[in-house]
Ligand binder design. Sequence first.
Ligand SMILES: Nc1ncnc2c1ncn2[C@@H]1O[C@H](COP(=O)(O)OP(=O)(O)O)[C@@H](O)[C@H]1O
Ligand SMILES: [Mg+2]
Length: 237
Amino acid sequence: MLKVRGLEVFYGPIRAVRGIDLDIEAGEIIALIGANGAGKTTTVRAIAGLTPYKGSISYDGKTLPPNSAELNLRAGLAMVPEGRGILGRMTVEDNLNMGTYCRKDHAAAARDIAEMFERFPILKERRQSLANLLSGGEQQMLAIARALLSRPRLLLLDEPSLGLAPKTTTAVFELISSLRRDGLTVLLVEQKARQTLKIADRAYLLETGRVVMSGPAQDLANDSLMSQAFLGGATAL
Ligand SMILES: Nc1ncnc2c1ncn2[C@@H]1O[C@H](COP(=O)(O)OP(=O)(O)O)[C@@H](O)[C@H]1O
Ligand SMILES: [Mg+2]
């Protein structure tokens, strides 16, 4: 479904991503894990069409030009950015309305919003609240719901557990698993390696802009190098 080859991203003279290859098949949860600064966000932003890059990214066999975020969204590729990107001074409902802006099927979009309220009753309850009055977990649900309203086939999630309490993190991970059961393909970017590997099918471990390990999530979880570097260390959480 998505094929990334030789991806390189520069910030001025800094090469933040140094030649990444990555494949995503339909129906998978692919994990992209790595410490702070490893290049995870830069990679997903390139895939979402939000940054210039070298190398190639193709989606359903078609090359995605760099910086083509709107085109990518219309092709079914949606992202929930790091920090969630919700509009705190707008209501929950208006945030959801924003999620449908790229659609022309207004009646179906309205039905989808109603469906989101059924799926996330807390959002229905708080629909007139300003989004910044929601808890961190509720804001993450809102951000995911908003992304789903573009009817994506591939959802990119950048550190959805960031800043959330352990219980809330578990709820968000359960939600991600349920999205996959519904047929969505997910690229899950995370620092919380242990929990992420439990729900992912395959995983890539990034270190300073390079893939240093990849394979079935279970294999990475059992790898001794991986457990020394991550799962037992302070960054594992
Ligand atoms: N806007 C930017 N300008 C310059 N350097 C950046 C910028 N964004 C990220 N970087 C650098 O690129 C590297 C990768 O960052 P990032 O992709 O955010 O990593 P991660 O998401 O894994 O924490 C880091 O060294 C970071 O300091
Ligand atoms: Mg990041």
